[in-house]
Each structure stands twice: as C-alpha cells, then as structure tokens.
Design a protein around this ligand. Structure first.
Ligand SMILES: C[S@@+](CC[C@H](N)C(=O)[O-])C[C@H]1O[C@@H](n2cnc3c(N)ncnc32)[C@H](O)[C@@H]1O
Length: 267
C-alpha cells in the first residue's frame, strides 16, 4: 500500500513547512501560547534540557494520557518538531525507543537536529504518511499523536494503519480536535481552516465509529475545555481565508479531546 499526496496533504505540508521555518505555532482552537506550551504540566516541561524551548503545534498533552513505562516502544503520528517524542524518550528511558513519523521534510529536519543537539539517542524520525506508516506490523506498544489525525483526508486509513502497527494489547493515546454540531459551510470549505485543524475535524461519534470499525476497543473521547481568549488567539493565528465567518459557531462546534483506545490482546 502506498500513499500518493492529495491536494489536502500538499496544503497541510506547505502550511507546516512555513510555520516551522518561521518557528511559529499553533494548531487548533486550543493551542494557546504553544511556543512556551501551556499544554503540559510543569514537571514534564522541566524534563527538557535547559535552554530548549517547547515548540508545539499541538492541542493537548498525549504524554500524560499515555502513561508511558520504561522499555516501551512508542510511535508519534505527525511528530512535528519532535516535542512529544522528546518527552516520551525520557519516559521510556534507555531501554525504550521512540519513532516520530511526519510527512513534512522541514519538520523531520528540525526534529532530527534537535535530537542530535539534545543528545537524545532513543528517538528517530521517519518521513512518511500516516495513511501508509513506515513502521512494521505489531511492533509498537503505544501510539501517541497531538492534533494531527484531524488533518488527514483519509482518517479511516490512518486508524487502520495505527491498528496494524500496534502490538496486541497496545494503546492509542491521542489529543485531537473533534466537533459536535455543524461547522459553517464557509469554514468547511476553507483550506487554511483545514490546515489550522478546524475544517478537517469530524464529529466525535464519527471519530469513535472509525476507530471501532478498524478493530479498536474501549474507545473513549473526553473533551478538554479552553477559555474563549485562548480559542480566539488560536483562530487569529490561523488567519482563516474566510472573511466574515461566524466565529461563534466555530467556538460551539470545535473542541480538543483526549482520546484513548486499545488493540485487543488476542487477535
Ligand atoms: C498541527 S502539527 C502537530 C505537530 C506535533 N504533533 C505537535 O504537537 O507539535 C501537524 C503535523 O502533522 C503532520 N501531518 C499532517 N498530516 C499528515 C499526514 N497525513 N501524514 C504525515 N504527517 C502529517 C504535519 O506535517 C505537521 O508536522
């Protein structure tokens, strides 16, 4: 199975290539001040070496959700500049291993050079698509992801790939944007709103349905609430190309969620 880039992949790739070049963040209506990330607990942020900034384009904290253990193999879907991989690398320790996959070469370059500078040796970054993961079947204990699956034009393929690479009994721990109720049509049609993690988001029940359809069990989706100011600044940051879009409708429909699911033990 190979994935050819669709127009959505291209727009999203260009968007994030540009953002990492300018080192700007963020993603989604929950992102807040991503470059000094308020998404994570202070003790987790403190595990970064001194002088390293937390460059995040995420919308939550999949690390705390994942409850990582020493020795585990972890895969980060859409690893961006590598922040969650660096946190995960600390948690799994020298006997564990972390793989970050991202389709944007500029992100892979940034994450790889940061790993080298920080001397993190149990992490590697692979360029590839979530819809066609460059990862062996049944090889990963935990999959994490932060504000990425909503960006895929083929989410069921992403979930099928995640299921394929997880070991039996493996866990998926994801922060992502989902919706409840309709988004304005103008927003749905906006490619910049797609790249900003709004237009590609689907209803929580559809998200759960796709995960269950590929075999995941014990799927849980719990909303994370952010204040209006945080949502406003994230939407401003996205510079939606819709002139008069009804922002209130976006507040109501889109939210960040903590999502967990498992691959059954016996297959
Ligand atoms: C919103 S950023 C999040 C990055 C990172 N998870 C974080 O929290 O900072 C989305 C990332 O996912 C990558 N991405 C989006 N769609 C992808 C796909 N279909 N396959 C691989 N990478 C993808 C982008 O290149 C970008 O680096």
């Amino acid at each position: 199975m190979t994935q050819s880039p669709t127009p959505i992949h291209e727009v999203v790739r260009e968007h994030y290539a540009e953002r990492i070049k300018n080192s700007a963040s963020c993603c989604g209506p929950s992102a807040g001040s991503c470059s000094d990330s308020n998404l994570y607990p202070v003790d987790l942020l403190a595990t970064l070496p001194e002088g390293e900034s937390a460059v995040s384009y995420g919308c939550g904290d999949p690390i705390t959700l994942a409850s990582l253990q020493p020795g585990q193999t972890v895969l980060d879907l859409g690893s961006g500049a590598g922040l969650d991989c660096f946190f995960a690398a600390k948690k799994v320790g020298a006997t564990g291993h972390v793989i970050g996959v991202d389709m944007t070469p500029e992100m892979i370059e940034r994450a790889t050079s940061s790993a080298k500078r920080m001397n993190v040796t149990n992490v590697e970054f692979r360029q590839g698509y979530l819809e066609d993961l460059p990862v062996d079947a049944n090889s990963v204990d935990v999959i994490i992801s932060n504000c990425v699956i909503n960006l895929s034009p083929d989410k069921i393929k992403v979930f099928a790939e995640a299921f394929r690479v997880l070991k039996p009994g493996g866990k998926l721990a994801v922060s992502d944007i989902v919706t409840e109720g309709d988004l304005p049509e103008a927003v749905k049609q906006s490619l910049s709103a797609w790249a900003g993690c709004v237009a590609g988001a689907v209803e929580a029940k559809e998200y759960i349905g796709m995960m269950e359809a590929v075999g995941f069990t014990d799927v849980s989706v719990n909303p994370v609430f952010f204040d209006k100011e945080t949502v406003d600044s994230a939407l401003d940051e996205m510079k939606l190309d819709v002139k008069e879009y009804p922002r209130e409708a976006v507040y109501k429909a889109v939210y960040s969620a903590k999502i967990t699911a498992y691959k059954p033990d016996s297959m």
